[in-house]
Write a protein that binds this ligand. Structure first.
Ligand SMILES: [Fe+2]
Ligand SMILES: [Fe+2]
Length: 203
């Protein structure tokens, strides 16, 4: 499987991510909830794009289904959903993109594409390398759907905007995404940074 990202996460990240499965599942449940809410808000703010609205409605349904699955796993392990906290990764992407932004809609589609792509990359690592078989099964189940989501956001970015400007913005935000990722600390969350010293092995 290939991922539309400039820097790839080293396998050693998995050990850090699954060091606290309850924290990981809690963060993951919030990611699914935020993914649904991003799609929901893109529909509400762009009422003129019917085909996009139809595709996003499907995403809302799927992300809420993922949320329910992850919440079940969290509770089965004795965890409970915490209050929502800021996702430093997503917040940094939005903040960093604003300085060079030409279209808010295009940037929101491209950032959603990148967040889905990074989540897909992380789920793929966990599906293949987590030591916990339940975690491997959970993340393997979610892979096809997240692969489709990242592709759908890129497709609409290129469809609703001029192909060249969409491609240029995807490339620019991919570069920003890698800088943001490399600035974050590692930890048991879906979008945590790389373990220290792992950058060279990731290139
Ligand atoms: Fe999801
Ligand atoms: Fe998704």
């Amino acid at each position: 499987m290939s991922f539309p990202l400039d820097v790839l996460t080293p396998e050693s990240w998995v050990e850090v991510a699954e060091s606290d499965p309850i924290a990981l599942l809690n963060d993951h449940a919030h990611c699914e909830l935020k993914a649904a809410s991003t799609a929901h808000s893109l529909i509400a703010k762009n009422p003129g794009y019917t085909e996009l609205a139809q595709a996003l409605a499907e995403v809302v349904i799927e992300e809420m289904e993922h949320f329910r699955i992850v919440l079940d796993r969290l509770e089965a392990r004795g965890g409970a959903l915490s209050e929502q906290s800021e996702n430093a990764y997503a917040a940094a992407l939005h903040k960093r993109s604003a300085a060079t932004r030409k279209s808010l809609v295009l940037d929101r589609l491209v950032i959603a594409h990148l967040i889905e792509a990074r989540s897909l990359e992380r789920f793929h690592l966990l599906a293949h390398h987590a030591s916990d078989p339940d975690l491997r099964t959970l993340f393997a189940e979610l892979l096809p759907s997240e692969a489709a989501h990242q592709g759908m956001y890129a497709k609409f970015a290129r469809k609703l905007f001029e192909r060249e400007s969409a491609d240029a913005r995807i490339a620019a935000l991919r570069a920003i995404e890698s800088e943001v990722m490399l600035s974050l600390a590692p930890g048991p969350t879906v979008h945590s940074g790389f373990p220290s010293g792992a950058f060279e092995s990731a290139r």
